[in-house]
Unconditional design. Structure first.
Length: 308
Protein backbone atom coordinates (compact mmCIF):
# COMPACT_ATOMS: atom_id res chain seq x y z
CA UNK A 1 0.00 0.00 0.00
CA UNK A 2 1.16 3.53 -0.77
CA UNK A 3 1.63 6.45 1.59
CA UNK A 4 -1.62 7.52 3.19
CA UNK A 5 -2.64 11.21 3.23
CA UNK A 6 -4.73 12.56 6.14
CA UNK A 7 -7.41 13.93 3.82
CA UNK A 8 -8.19 14.01 0.12
CA UNK A 9 -10.45 16.06 -2.15
CA UNK A 10 -12.04 14.55 -5.27
CA UNK A 11 -14.23 16.35 -7.81
CA UNK A 12 -16.67 14.47 -10.07
CA UNK A 13 -19.00 15.87 -12.75
CA UNK A 14 -22.71 15.64 -13.34
CA UNK A 15 -23.89 14.32 -16.69
CA UNK A 16 -26.53 14.87 -19.29
CA UNK A 17 -27.90 12.20 -21.59
CA UNK A 18 -27.47 13.57 -25.10
CA UNK A 19 -29.42 10.54 -26.33
CA UNK A 20 -31.49 8.07 -24.28
CA UNK A 21 -33.29 5.19 -25.95
CA UNK A 22 -35.24 2.97 -23.53
CA UNK A 23 -36.18 -0.64 -24.34
CA UNK A 24 -39.14 -2.60 -22.93
CA UNK A 25 -39.21 -3.44 -19.22
CA UNK A 26 -37.53 -6.74 -18.30
CA UNK A 27 -38.80 -9.21 -15.70
CA UNK A 28 -36.24 -7.87 -13.19
CA UNK A 29 -37.82 -4.42 -13.50
CA UNK A 30 -34.91 -2.89 -15.40
CA UNK A 31 -34.95 -1.55 -18.96
CA UNK A 32 -32.24 -1.96 -21.59
CA UNK A 33 -30.79 1.39 -22.56
CA UNK A 34 -28.89 2.86 -25.49
CA UNK A 35 -27.54 6.16 -24.31
CA UNK A 36 -24.85 8.77 -24.83
CA UNK A 37 -23.57 10.43 -21.67
CA UNK A 38 -21.70 13.71 -21.63
CA UNK A 39 -19.99 14.91 -18.45
CA UNK A 40 -20.53 18.64 -17.93
CA UNK A 41 -18.94 21.38 -15.83
CA UNK A 42 -21.28 21.10 -12.83
CA UNK A 43 -19.52 19.30 -10.01
CA UNK A 44 -19.77 17.36 -6.78
CA UNK A 45 -16.84 17.81 -4.37
CA UNK A 46 -16.10 14.99 -1.94
CA UNK A 47 -13.66 15.49 0.93
CA UNK A 48 -12.51 12.29 2.66
CA UNK A 49 -10.65 12.28 5.96
CA UNK A 50 -9.46 9.53 8.28
CA UNK A 51 -11.99 8.45 10.92
CA UNK A 52 -12.72 5.53 13.22
CA UNK A 53 -16.12 4.73 11.67
CA UNK A 54 -18.09 5.73 8.57
CA UNK A 55 -19.73 9.16 8.76
CA UNK A 56 -21.16 11.55 6.20
CA UNK A 57 -22.14 15.23 6.00
CA UNK A 58 -23.66 17.02 3.03
CA UNK A 59 -23.94 20.71 2.11
CA UNK A 60 -23.91 22.63 -1.14
CA UNK A 61 -25.28 25.18 -3.55
CA UNK A 62 -28.40 23.09 -4.20
CA UNK A 63 -31.18 21.89 -1.89
CA UNK A 64 -29.70 18.94 0.03
CA UNK A 65 -32.61 18.39 2.44
CA UNK A 66 -33.59 15.12 0.73
CA UNK A 67 -30.09 13.60 0.71
CA UNK A 68 -29.76 10.56 3.04
CA UNK A 69 -26.81 10.43 5.43
CA UNK A 70 -26.85 6.65 6.01
CA UNK A 71 -26.34 3.54 3.87
CA UNK A 72 -29.02 4.75 1.44
CA UNK A 73 -26.39 7.26 0.27
CA UNK A 74 -24.38 5.89 -2.65
CA UNK A 75 -21.16 7.55 -1.47
CA UNK A 76 -21.43 5.82 1.91
CA UNK A 77 -22.07 2.50 0.16
CA UNK A 78 -19.09 3.13 -2.12
CA UNK A 79 -16.74 3.71 0.82
CA UNK A 80 -17.92 0.57 2.63
CA UNK A 81 -17.75 -1.54 -0.54
CA UNK A 82 -14.17 -0.45 -1.20
CA UNK A 83 -13.16 -1.14 2.42
CA UNK A 84 -14.74 -4.60 2.28
CA UNK A 85 -13.19 -5.42 -1.10
CA UNK A 86 -9.69 -4.26 -0.18
CA UNK A 87 -9.76 -5.63 3.38
CA UNK A 88 -9.36 -2.18 4.96
CA UNK A 89 -10.28 -1.89 8.64
CA UNK A 90 -10.11 1.93 8.74
CA UNK A 91 -13.14 4.24 8.53
CA UNK A 92 -13.71 7.52 6.75
CA UNK A 93 -15.56 10.80 7.21
CA UNK A 94 -17.01 12.01 3.91
CA UNK A 95 -18.06 15.60 3.39
CA UNK A 96 -20.00 16.10 0.17
CA UNK A 97 -20.44 19.57 -1.29
CA UNK A 98 -23.15 19.26 -3.91
CA UNK A 99 -23.31 21.38 -7.05
CA UNK A 100 -25.45 18.98 -9.11
CA UNK A 101 -29.23 19.17 -8.51
CA UNK A 102 -30.64 16.43 -6.26
CA UNK A 103 -33.06 14.10 -8.11
CA UNK A 104 -32.46 16.19 -11.22
CA UNK A 105 -31.61 13.44 -13.73
CA UNK A 106 -27.96 14.53 -13.82
CA UNK A 107 -26.35 11.69 -11.86
CA UNK A 108 -25.26 13.69 -8.79
CA UNK A 109 -25.52 10.70 -6.46
CA UNK A 110 -23.54 8.59 -8.93
CA UNK A 111 -20.88 11.31 -9.09
CA UNK A 112 -20.67 11.21 -5.27
CA UNK A 113 -20.16 7.44 -5.36
CA UNK A 114 -17.45 7.67 -8.03
CA UNK A 115 -15.70 10.44 -6.10
CA UNK A 116 -15.92 8.42 -2.86
CA UNK A 117 -14.27 5.41 -4.57
CA UNK A 118 -11.37 7.54 -5.85
CA UNK A 119 -11.07 9.42 -2.52
CA UNK A 120 -11.04 6.31 -0.31
CA UNK A 121 -8.62 4.52 -2.65
CA UNK A 122 -6.23 7.47 -2.22
CA UNK A 123 -6.91 7.95 1.52
CA UNK A 124 -6.32 4.28 2.37
CA UNK A 125 -3.55 3.74 -0.18
CA UNK A 126 -5.32 0.68 -1.59
CA UNK A 127 -4.21 1.40 -5.18
CA UNK A 128 -6.92 -0.77 -6.73
CA UNK A 129 -6.39 0.62 -10.23
CA UNK A 130 -8.88 1.81 -12.85
CA UNK A 131 -10.19 -1.65 -13.83
CA UNK A 132 -11.12 -2.74 -10.29
CA UNK A 133 -12.58 0.68 -9.43
CA UNK A 134 -14.77 0.41 -12.56
CA UNK A 135 -15.99 -3.04 -11.44
CA UNK A 136 -16.92 -1.64 -8.00
CA UNK A 137 -18.61 1.36 -9.65
CA UNK A 138 -20.78 -0.95 -11.78
CA UNK A 139 -21.96 -2.77 -8.63
CA UNK A 140 -23.12 0.53 -7.12
CA UNK A 141 -25.31 1.79 -9.97
CA UNK A 142 -25.62 2.15 -13.73
CA UNK A 143 -24.37 5.77 -13.88
CA UNK A 144 -21.42 5.37 -11.47
CA UNK A 145 -18.90 3.96 -13.99
CA UNK A 146 -19.50 6.92 -16.29
CA UNK A 147 -18.98 9.42 -13.44
CA UNK A 148 -15.64 7.70 -12.84
CA UNK A 149 -14.53 8.09 -16.49
CA UNK A 150 -16.28 11.29 -17.63
CA UNK A 151 -15.88 12.66 -21.14
CA UNK A 152 -18.47 11.42 -23.64
CA UNK A 153 -19.45 7.75 -23.78
CA UNK A 154 -22.01 5.38 -25.25
CA UNK A 155 -23.78 3.31 -22.59
CA UNK A 156 -25.51 -0.03 -23.25
CA UNK A 157 -27.17 -2.65 -21.03
CA UNK A 158 -28.44 -0.70 -18.03
CA UNK A 159 -26.17 2.15 -19.13
CA UNK A 160 -23.16 0.70 -17.31
CA UNK A 161 -21.50 -0.98 -20.33
CA UNK A 162 -19.42 1.96 -21.55
CA UNK A 163 -17.62 2.67 -24.81
CA UNK A 164 -15.81 6.02 -25.06
CA UNK A 165 -17.23 8.21 -27.85
CA UNK A 166 -15.03 10.56 -29.80
CA UNK A 167 -16.27 14.11 -29.18
CA UNK A 168 -14.28 16.97 -30.67
CA UNK A 169 -14.29 20.47 -29.31
CA UNK A 170 -16.72 21.85 -26.79
CA UNK A 171 -20.49 21.74 -26.49
CA UNK A 172 -22.26 24.56 -24.63
CA UNK A 173 -25.45 23.85 -22.72
CA UNK A 174 -27.91 25.88 -20.68
CA UNK A 175 -29.37 23.85 -17.84
CA UNK A 176 -32.72 24.89 -16.40
CA UNK A 177 -33.00 23.58 -12.86
CA UNK A 178 -36.16 22.70 -11.00
CA UNK A 179 -36.96 23.21 -7.34
CA UNK A 180 -38.81 19.90 -7.18
CA UNK A 181 -37.12 16.60 -8.15
CA UNK A 182 -38.58 13.67 -10.06
CA UNK A 183 -38.41 10.01 -8.99
CA UNK A 184 -36.53 7.92 -11.57
CA UNK A 185 -38.57 4.72 -10.88
CA UNK A 186 -41.83 6.69 -11.21
CA UNK A 187 -40.78 8.18 -14.58
CA UNK A 188 -39.85 4.74 -15.93
CA UNK A 189 -43.16 3.38 -14.60
CA UNK A 190 -45.06 6.16 -16.37
CA UNK A 191 -43.25 5.32 -19.63
CA UNK A 192 -44.31 1.67 -19.27
CA UNK A 193 -47.92 2.80 -18.73
CA UNK A 194 -47.80 5.06 -21.80
CA UNK A 195 -46.45 2.25 -23.93
CA UNK A 196 -49.14 -0.14 -22.70
CA UNK A 197 -51.91 2.24 -23.82
CA UNK A 198 -53.11 2.13 -27.41
CA UNK A 199 -52.08 5.24 -29.33
CA UNK A 200 -49.73 6.40 -26.59
CA UNK A 201 -47.83 9.65 -27.11
CA UNK A 202 -44.59 7.92 -26.06
CA UNK A 203 -42.42 6.41 -28.78
CA UNK A 204 -42.90 2.70 -29.36
CA UNK A 205 -40.06 0.65 -27.89
CA UNK A 206 -37.34 0.59 -30.55
CA UNK A 207 -36.84 -2.76 -32.26
CA UNK A 208 -33.08 -2.53 -31.71
CA UNK A 209 -31.37 -0.39 -29.15
CA UNK A 210 -28.58 1.39 -30.99
CA UNK A 211 -27.41 4.97 -30.74
CA UNK A 212 -28.11 6.54 -34.17
CA UNK A 213 -25.06 7.26 -36.32
CA UNK A 214 -26.26 10.89 -36.66
CA UNK A 215 -25.57 11.42 -32.93
CA UNK A 216 -22.08 9.90 -33.11
CA UNK A 217 -21.18 11.79 -36.30
CA UNK A 218 -22.24 15.12 -34.79
CA UNK A 219 -20.19 14.50 -31.63
CA UNK A 220 -17.17 13.45 -33.69
CA UNK A 221 -17.48 16.60 -35.80
CA UNK A 222 -17.92 18.78 -32.69
CA UNK A 223 -20.93 20.28 -34.46
CA UNK A 224 -23.72 21.53 -32.19
CA UNK A 225 -25.97 22.41 -35.15
CA UNK A 226 -25.68 18.83 -36.43
CA UNK A 227 -26.26 17.35 -32.95
CA UNK A 228 -29.36 19.42 -32.11
CA UNK A 229 -31.92 17.56 -34.32
CA UNK A 230 -30.55 14.19 -33.12
CA UNK A 231 -31.16 14.88 -29.40
CA UNK A 232 -33.66 12.35 -28.00
CA UNK A 233 -34.92 11.10 -24.66
CA UNK A 234 -37.54 8.33 -24.59
CA UNK A 235 -38.35 9.29 -20.96
CA UNK A 236 -39.26 12.87 -21.91
CA UNK A 237 -42.95 12.23 -22.65
CA UNK A 238 -43.35 10.50 -19.26
CA UNK A 239 -41.57 13.32 -17.41
CA UNK A 240 -43.57 16.06 -19.16
CA UNK A 241 -46.93 14.39 -18.40
CA UNK A 242 -46.13 14.64 -14.68
CA UNK A 243 -44.58 18.09 -15.08
CA UNK A 244 -46.14 20.15 -17.92
CA UNK A 245 -43.91 23.08 -16.90
CA UNK A 246 -40.96 21.16 -18.36
CA UNK A 247 -42.59 21.21 -21.79
CA UNK A 248 -43.12 24.95 -21.46
CA UNK A 249 -39.45 25.44 -20.54
CA UNK A 250 -38.34 23.47 -23.62
CA UNK A 251 -40.58 25.59 -25.86
CA UNK A 252 -39.26 28.83 -24.31
CA UNK A 253 -35.65 27.65 -24.62
CA UNK A 254 -36.06 27.07 -28.36
CA UNK A 255 -37.94 30.39 -28.71
CA UNK A 256 -35.03 32.15 -27.02
CA UNK A 257 -32.63 30.69 -29.58
CA UNK A 258 -31.37 27.31 -28.30
CA UNK A 259 -30.56 24.91 -31.15
CA UNK A 260 -32.40 22.07 -29.42
CA UNK A 261 -33.21 20.70 -26.00
CA UNK A 262 -34.38 17.73 -23.98
CA UNK A 263 -35.15 16.55 -20.47
CA UNK A 264 -31.90 15.21 -18.98
CA UNK A 265 -32.23 11.55 -17.97
CA UNK A 266 -35.35 11.04 -15.86
CA UNK A 267 -35.64 14.79 -15.31
CA UNK A 268 -36.59 17.36 -14.26
CA UNK A 269 -33.44 19.25 -15.39
CA UNK A 270 -33.79 20.64 -18.92
CA UNK A 271 -30.66 20.71 -21.11
CA UNK A 272 -30.63 23.23 -23.98
CA UNK A 273 -27.89 22.96 -26.61
CA UNK A 274 -26.35 26.24 -27.83
CA UNK A 275 -23.92 27.14 -30.58
CA UNK A 276 -21.22 28.91 -28.55
CA UNK A 277 -20.47 30.28 -25.07
CA UNK A 278 -21.81 33.70 -26.11
CA UNK A 279 -24.99 32.16 -27.53
CA UNK A 280 -25.48 30.11 -24.34
CA UNK A 281 -25.13 33.20 -22.13
CA UNK A 282 -27.75 35.02 -24.23
CA UNK A 283 -30.21 32.11 -23.89
CA UNK A 284 -29.42 31.88 -20.16
CA UNK A 285 -30.13 35.60 -19.66
CA UNK A 286 -33.54 35.31 -21.34
CA UNK A 287 -34.48 32.31 -19.21
CA UNK A 288 -33.31 34.09 -16.03
CA UNK A 289 -35.59 36.95 -17.09
CA UNK A 290 -38.59 34.59 -16.85
CA UNK A 291 -37.69 33.77 -13.23
CA UNK A 292 -36.21 30.37 -14.02
CA UNK A 293 -32.95 29.06 -12.57
CA UNK A 294 -30.60 28.64 -15.54
CA UNK A 295 -26.89 27.73 -15.61
CA UNK A 296 -24.40 27.77 -18.48
CA UNK A 297 -22.18 24.65 -18.53
CA UNK A 298 -19.98 22.95 -21.10
CA UNK A 299 -18.82 19.46 -21.91
CA UNK A 300 -17.18 17.09 -22.19
CA UNK A 301 -15.12 17.29 -18.97
CA UNK A 302 -13.08 14.57 -17.20
CA UNK A 303 -14.55 12.15 -14.63
CA UNK A 304 -13.74 11.81 -10.91
CA UNK A 305 -10.30 13.32 -10.23
CA UNK A 306 -8.12 14.09 -7.21
CA UNK A 307 -7.82 17.85 -6.63
CA UNK A 308 -4.56 19.31 -5.39
Amino acid sequence: MGQRPDAVHVRAPGKINVYLGVGPRHDDGYHSLATVFQAVSLYEDVYASAAAGFTLEVDGEVDVSGVPLDDRNLAMRAAKLLAQTAGVDAGVHLRIRKGVPVAGGMGGGSADAAAALVACDALWGTELGAHRLHALAARLGADVPFALHGGTAVGAGRGDELTPALARGRFDWVLVLSEQGLSTPEVYGRLDQLRAQEGAVADDPPMSLDVPLAVLHALRAGDARELAPALLNDLEAAAVIDRPDLGATLIDGIRFGALGGLVSGSGPTIALLCESPEHARAVQDQLLGTGRRALHVHGPVPGARLVG
